[in-house]
Design a binder for this molecule. Structure first.
Ligand SMILES: C[S@@+](CC[C@H](N)C(=O)[O-])C[C@H]1O[C@@H](n2cnc3c(N)ncnc32)[C@H](O)[C@@H]1O
Length: 361
């Protein structure tokens, strides 16, 4: 056995034990074994309603998620009938409320929809909002709207063919909280100043005279203070146009299909930055390709991801590689997760370093 392979085999042995021990990194421990884990989080394959039940009370800072929407047209990941949908989702919401810390938040991204066969909007996303506040016990901390300028026109029948409706390019994003006082810091998500504001900051005296506006706002000298950015609004303009990156490259490399309904990383990033601090735990209960986990890790938060489809879980692991793995390594990683092995992704990060070291590179 070469030195490289000896090193690798002893490294693997130690790691098998560590896969379980690593679960003490600070994220709550589940009875189920993870599909994969990193130094900051763990992804589980299964029904979230069962996985949530394994989490202790008050253990999570933020649940950020985008459930399968109540669309009329079946998507590859399946949808529940609109009538059942609200009740179905409320069962998850009750468990989410239990596992959230008192100052925790639950942010839910919901796409709009039409009633079957008519150009009349479904009220399901508003029914979800009312149900979660009236019955489940959440507070609505704020309603957000995600505008995706790159969204293609839909539904085809009402927008493209008959030209009766505008294209639907805004999702409702409900920010729920367990109490009326969730942890939040808007200064962590300041927006760039407008050109007008930049000019004002550069030369306040030349630009305006302090006075009381008709609206009652006192636009005094303090208004010209540079706070590093503007307070963002609750309309988030984020295009959903990712066309490269580790995840898509990984799917292409091993010839597996990409998740069809990913949200852009900027969406969870905004709420993770505003509602949590480094070291806090973020959970996505409908994780799909695990965009949320990747962003949480980049932001130095801990994360948990729950996803029903093993195929989606297996490809989502590619997000956490360093980008220099071979096709065979990626295939092996994918197959191990598909077989139900608990994989420590550090194996795939350190393996190359070790082999390079052994080869004297
Ligand atoms: C809209 S997608 C989430 C996509 C994700 N935000 C991303 O960026 O990749 C919803 C996901 O919920 C998963 N799902 C549906 N029912 C589930 C359940 N009971 N437990 C866990 N995951 C579920 C689906 O398989 C699907 O991947």
């Amino acid at each position: 056995m070469t030195l490289g392979l000896q090193l690798l085999s002893s490294f693997r042995e130690q790691h098998t034990e560590k896969v379980q021990n690593r679960m003490t990194i600070g994220v709550p421990r589940l009875v189920s074994a993870p599909a994969y884990l990193t130094d900051s989080g763990a992804a589980y394959c299964g029904d979230s309603i069962e996985l949530l039940a394994q989490l202790p009370d008050s253990s999570i800072n933020l649940v950020f998620t985008s459930p399968p929407f109540a669309l009329q047209r079946q998507k590859a990941y399946g949808n529940k009938d609109q009538v059942e949908y609200v009740e179905w989702l409320a069962a998850f919401a009750r468990e989410v409320r239990r596992v959230l810390k008192d100052d925790g938040s639950f942010v839910l991204d919901l796409g709009g929809s039409y009633e079957k066969g008519t150009p009349a909007r479904s009220l399901y996303n508003f029914r979800v909002l009312i149900k979660f506040c009236d019955d489940v016990g959440f507070f609505l901390a704020e309603d957000f709207y995600w505008y995706n300028p790159s969204k293609l026109p839909s539904p085809i029948e009402w927008v493209n063919k008959r030209k009766l409706r505008a294209k639907d390019a805004v999702n409702t994003v409900w920010w729920f909280s367990k109490t009326a006082w969730p942890k939040a810091d808007i200064t962590k998500v300041l927006a760039p100043y407008s050109d007008r504001m930049k000019k004002l900051l550069a030369d306040p005296d030349a630009f305006y005279t302090p006075k009381l506006r008709p609206s009652g706002h006192d636009i005094g000298k303090g208004f010209a203070k540079d706070n590093g950015g503007a307070i963002p609004s609750n309309l988030l303009q984020i295009p959903n146009t990712e066309s490269n990156g580790l995840y898509l490259d990984g799917c292409k490399t091993v010839g597996e299909k990409q998740h069809p309904a990913r949200f852009p990383a900027k969406l969870p990033e905004f709420f993770i930055r505003m509602l949590t601090e480094p070291g806090d735990t973020v959970l996505d209960i409908f994780a799909g390709s695990n965009t949320t986990g990747q962003v949480a890790q980049a932001e130095e938060r801990r994360w948990l991801a729950f996803e029903l489809s093993r195929d989606y879980v297996a490809t989502s692991a590619f997000r956490f590689l360093s980008g220099d793995n071979t096709h065979d390594e990626m295939r092996e990683l994918y197959d191990r997760i598909e077989r139900g092995e608990a994989v420590d992704l550090n194996d795939y990060l350190f393996q190359r370093t070790l082999l390079s070291a052994a080869a004297g590179e």
